[in-house]
Structure formats: structure tokens, C-alpha cells
Design a protein around this ligand. Structure first.
Ligand code: OGA
Ligand code: NI
Length: 368
């Protein structure tokens, strides 16, 4: 009798093969590569307590996110409206904001075209930056270590349209750099205008946010493909943004929801409005006079949704802390947060983002 001994063959992968293998694994992970699946892959099924459940998108007229007209002449009235909306919801929409409808439409088109490209081409466009400022990932930046995944693909890069950064932005679709570059410049200006109004509303100097607190804007192009089982998963979990403010361009599909008084309120898509939300950095600087709003993204089974989030970020070395003018030395309004370099806050925030209490413990003044 013959026995055939099969010795397991050991394959040593060459570094280039290892890199290709890693790219293929990530590509297979892109949710846009999964959109023909009939049921949700298990790694996207959330624990029951954070599942969105059956969703109905009936607008609640009494509890809508305020829509503010920035075209009016009464500056003080606009400031009052922004402050009220920021305190009540942490969110508002703006119309007559000065960014042209054509540019908003072109930006929507070009970012949709990007996400519609084959996964391989998307990765090629996003893997040239040695500093990884421009990158494509699925779910969250912690994909490899997170317990469950979220139904989102994201292209992230600096919103500074200088050659230093732009050379690493996608060169395809061919109009990407031109359109997103112009869009970034205009939204940056809109952001400074809104921050001036907010600083006046907080009674800070009008240039309070113009320096280091807003020098590193970043763009996130979020894509949420059609999802086979929207009740079991989310596009983004409940979170606050680690920004000063965020300016979001939605498309016509609902998905963004704000948490207020124990309820999730849908931010109605308005064709040429921007959605603005208060981020954690502004909550810290304002010493809780304004709150970083908690929000999430739900998915649906009929339409893909693509959004552009413009995060106004401080530079890494900027110190973020409650503005001196907003805390009183005599003790009735003490600083609620400790001073931190933005980069230390950000790294900690990203590692703990799902755990609001842990982030709060890290930034709280009690930890001085
Ligand atoms: C975000 C975010 C909302 C959306 O990018 O942090 O909350 O509707 N996006 O995509
Ligand atoms: Ni967000």
C-alpha cells in the first residue's frame, strides 16, 4: 500500500504580491463593490441596540432643522438665527449663501462619477500620496480593527487647493481637480463668513477663527450605495464631528439624521442649500455655549446617496481650549475643557469616536 504524504506547501509572498493582496482585500471591502448583494453581509449587521430599525421619513413640520437665508441685509438678525439654531439643534441649513447652483451641481456630478468608477481605478487615483492625506477607505479609517462595519465608502483629502496637496487628488474623472478645487475655495469662503457671524454671536473678536483654528480644511466625499437591509445597519454611526464646523452638500436622497430630545430628525434635502453643523472644537472653544450636534446616516434600499462634507479643522499644532472671554475667572463659569493641541485631540477622538463618554473624559477640564 502506498501512502502519499502531502507536505503543506508554504507560499512566501513577495512584498509586491503582499501589497497587491492588501489592495484586493480593501477593494473587495468597498461597499460599492457589494451593491448587488441580496442580503447584508454579517460584518455590517449592527448590535440590536444601535440598529436604526424600520425607518420612516415623514417630515415633522414642528421639528425641522432651521433654513436660514444668508442673503438678507440684517446682519444682527442672521447672527441671532444662527445662534438659536446652533443652540437648539447644532444644525442649520443655509440658502442664498453665494455659492452658485451650477458649481454645486457640477460638484455633485463629478463626485458621483468618481464613486461610479471601477474599484481598481479609484484605488489607483488615491494611492499616490506618501503622506496618506488623500485616501480611499470603506466604513471608517479603523476598518481593519473595528468590530462592525458601516455602509459607506469615503474619499478623503485636504481641501487646500494648492499644488502641494492637489497633486495627490484624483486626476480622474478628468474634471475632478478643477471642479473640486473651485468648490473648496468657495466653501472655504462661506465657512469663514459663517464663522465670523458665529464669533460675533459669541461676542468674540470677528477674526477669532480666522487663524490656526481654520487652516486645515478637509474634504470627505461620502458614498452610501443602495443597501439590501437598511434597518440593520448605518452609513455612519451616531457621532459628533471633530471639526470647528462642517458644511455638507447633500444630494436629493434622505439619510442624514440629527439627534434631538431623544429623537432622530431627518435633515430634508434641499437642492441648493448647504447643511452646517457645529463640531466638537466649537463646543470646546465656546465652553458649551454651542453644542457639537450628534448625528448619524441611515441607508435605504432604492437609491445610492453621495455627499460632500467640508470639515473646517485647526492646524495640528493649534491649541484648542475655551476662549478666555467666555470663561470667568471668579468661578461662576469655569473652563469645562482643558487646553490640548488639535493633533492630540484628533488622534484621541478618532480612536474613541464611537464612545462619546471616553472622548468627553479625555477633553474635560476635570482631567487637568
Ligand atoms: C460626516 C457626516 C453626513 C452625510 O461626514 O461626518 O456626518 O450625510 N456626513 O454624509
Ligand atoms: Ni458627521
Amino acid at each position: 500500500m502506498f501512502y502519499l504524504y502531502l507536505r503543506p506547501l508554504k507560499f512566501e509572498l513577495h512584498p509586491i504580491q503582499l501589497k497587491q493582496k492588501a489592495i484586493i482585500e480593501i477593494m473587495e471591502g468597498l461597499v460599492s463593490s457589494l451593491f448587488d448583494v441580496q442580503s447584508l453581509p454579517e460584518t455590517y449587521v449592527l448590535p440590536p441596540e444601535i440598529r436604526p430599525g424600520e425607518l420612516s421619513f415623514c417630515p415633522d413640520e414642528s421639528n425641522n432643522i432651521p433654513v436660514l437665508d444668508l442673503g438678507g441685509n440684517d446682519r444682527n438678525e442672521i447672527i441671532q438665527q444662527i445662534m438659536k439654531a446652533s443652540q437648539e439643534f447644532g444644525f442649520f441649513q443655509v440658502i442664498n449663501h453665494g455659492v452658485s447652483k451650477e458649481l454645486m451641481d457640477e460638484t455633485r456630478n463629478v463626485v458621483k462619477e468618481f464613486h461610479a468608477m471601477p474599484a481598481k481605478d479609484k484605488f489607483l487615483e488615491c494611492s499616490k500620496d506618501p503622506n496618506r492625506n488623500c485616501k480611499l477607505y470603506t466604513s471608517s479609517e479603523k476598518y481593519a480593527t473595528e468590530e462592525v462595519h458601516y455602509w459607506r465608502d469615503c474619499l478623503m483629502h485636504s481641501a487646500l487647493s494648492t499644488e502641494e496637496y492637489m497633486q495627490f487628488w484624483p486626476a480622474n474623472p478628468t474634471r475632478y481637480r478643477e471642479v473640486v478645487g473651485t468648490y473648496s475655495n468657495e466653501v472655504k469662503q462661506l465657512g469663514s463668513r459663517i464663522l465670523k457671524l458665529i464669533s460675533q454671536g459669541l461676542q468674540l473678536s470677528s477674526g477669532y477663527f480666522s487663524g490656526g483654528l481654520s487652516t486645515s480644511p478637509t474634504i470627505l466625499i461620502n458614498h452610501y450605495p443602495r443597501c439590501p437591509e437598511p434597518s440593520l445597519t448605518l452609513g455612519l454611526p451616531r457621532h459628533r464631528d471633530p471639526s470647528v464646523i462642517t458644511i455638507i452638500l447633500q444630494d436629493h436622497v434622505q439619510g442624514l439624521q440629527v439627534f434631538k430630545d431623544g429623537e432622530w430628525i431627518t435633515v430634508e434635502p434641499l437642492p441648493h442649500a448647504f447643511v452646517v453643523n457645529i463640531g466638537y472644537v466649537l463646543q470646546i472653544v465656546s465652553n458649551d455655549k454651542l453644542n457639537g450636534a450628534e448625528h448619524r446616516v441611515v441607508t435605504n434600499s432604492s437609491d445610492a446617496r453621495t455627499t460632500v462634507s467640508f470639515f473646517i479643522y485647526p492646524s495640528s499644532e493649534s491649541i484648542i481650549e475655551p476662549a478666555k472671554a467666555l470663561v470667568s475667572a471668579c468661578g461662576d463659569d469655569p473652563p469645562r475643557y482643558r487646553a490640548l493641541k488639535f493633533k492630540d485631540f484628533h488622534v484621541n477622538f478618532l480612536s474613541k469616536s464611537a464612545d462619546a463618554e471616553a472622548v468627553h473624559d479625555f477633553v474635560s477640564a476635570k482631567n487637568i
